[in-house]
Design a protein around this ligand. Structure first.
Ligand code: GMT
Length: 380
């Protein structure tokens, strides 16, 4: 198949999923065309079967708000015509599904007169935050309803979309995935630990885009309680609006020498695999991709019981769940495993087994292929 993929190419879970999906599809022989305003950050080099088409947005002085969605629709239609795409797959409803809808109409009536079905994958904040803003809700609902196929990354998100948007479409849950061959705790990970911590110290990690929904302050609070009892370090991977607040909190608690801000990173698999515990105390997660990536590396997640997290982390089995803001419980759970090597390793192995059994790319990518085939058949 020839598939056009659009996503937010900068830091964020939906862009990660879209890019990793494109890479996996290309490895399986499909031709993948990314249509985005900059190169997706996890697309690090040239790869067979992958093409990248940049969307140029003109900054004419009259445009206080340059119309990106229109430039995107135009580029989608152009790329689809020139490269004879079979379908578009957009990640994050706003504004991508609206642009795809326009592109589909342009091709249906323009000189090309060809069909261009599009699939929308809902990731979370496109529904839970942005989509429920009155100024976006009607058009988001419309573009979801107009999609030729809709998927959601968790059962929670599917149900919430159906409930709050009151839409009639059938939404298929296709869970997020991880490449279990790449995300692995190997011997090299053991050696790399020494870059961050001394022998005998534990490593806790957090990975996100540092937005308020991630509650970075709670990450520092939990770590502060842990490091008082067990010698440990905190690795913070990523960047975003709440980073400086976290830096100041660590400084004011006098633990900044134990907190390592790594910023935006490539090869996340290598960084995660050095850790023992992942902290993900989010206000809301429709899935919690960071938890899954950590679990594949045998890192035990300590997360919040919100959204789709319980579909990924089973409390007390392959990780821990606590209520939002309950930093005491999160610290206690982390201490319980960090202080018991055998329990830590056993739980880490169980976390990996869960990731392998349900969320490996090899299990999930065929579901997308099947979904595309069904859409193409339905719309032919
Ligand atoms: O919250 C983020 O990290 C970004 C956001 C996005 O759409 O880029 O993430 C959402 O999609 C991820 C990938 O499907 C999910 O793993 C996250 O749980 C989800 N975030 C929220 O629901 C807050």
């Amino acid at each position: 198949m020839k598939i056009g993929i659009t996503c937010y190419p900068t830091y964020g879970g939906s862009g990660v999923v879209a890019t990793e999906l494109g890479i996996e599809l290309a490895q399986r022989g499909h031709q993948v065309h990314f249509i985005t305003y900059s190169q997706p950050f996890r697309l690090t080099g040239p790869q067979p079967n992958i093409y990248y088409h940049e969307v140029e947005v003109s900054h004419y002085p009259l445009f206080d708000y340059p119309p990106y969605d229109l430039a995107l629709a135009t580029r989608m239609a152009e790329v689809a015509e020139i490269y004879e795409l079979d379908l578009l797959h957009v990640h994050y409803a706003i504004p991508h599904s609206v642009s795809a809808l326009l592109a589909r109409q342009m091709l249906a009536t323009g000189r090309a007169r060809r069909r261009l079905p599009f699939v929308t994958t809902l990731h979370g904040t496109d529904i839970t935050l942005v989509g429920l803003d009155r100024s976006y809700l009607p058009i988001t609902r419309f573009s979801i309803e107009q999609s030729d196929g809709v998927t959601a990354i968790s059962q929670y998100l599917k149900e919430r979309t159906q409930r709050e948007f009151d839409i009639a479409n059938c939404i298929q849950v296709i869970y997020n995935f991880v490449n279990c061959d790449l995300y692995v705790r190997d011997e090299k990970a053991h050696e790399r630990r020494r870059e961050y911590a001394a022998d005998g110290e534990r490593i806790l990690v957090h990975l996100s885009n540092f937005r308020p929904v991630k509650r970075i302050g709670d990450v520092v609070e939990v770590f502060d309680r842990v490091q008082k009892k067990i010698p440990s370090r905190l690795l913070l991977i990523g960047d975003g609006p709440d980073r400086s607040q976290a830096e100041y909190l660590a400084f004011s608690k006098g633990i900044h020498d134990r907190v390592i801000f790594l910023g935006k990173q490539d090869r996340i698999n290598e960084k995660l695999a050095v850790a023992d515990v992942l902290l993900l105390p989010s206000q809301l997660e429709s899935f919690g991709l960071a938890a899954l990536e950590a679990m594949a590396c045998e890192v035990v997640p300590v997360a919040t019981r919100v959204g789709g997290m319980p579909e990924v982390v089973e409390d007390g089995v392959n990780g821990f769940l606590a209520e939002v803001g309950d930093v005491e419980t999160m610290a206690q759970r982390a201490l319980a495993v960090l202080g018991d090597e055998a329990r830590l390793r056993e739980m880490g192995k169980r976390a990996r087994r869960s990731a392998q059994a349900r969320f490996c790319a090899s299990k999930i990518i065929p579901q997308y292929e099947e979904f595309y085939r069904a859409v193409l058949e339905r719309t032919s």
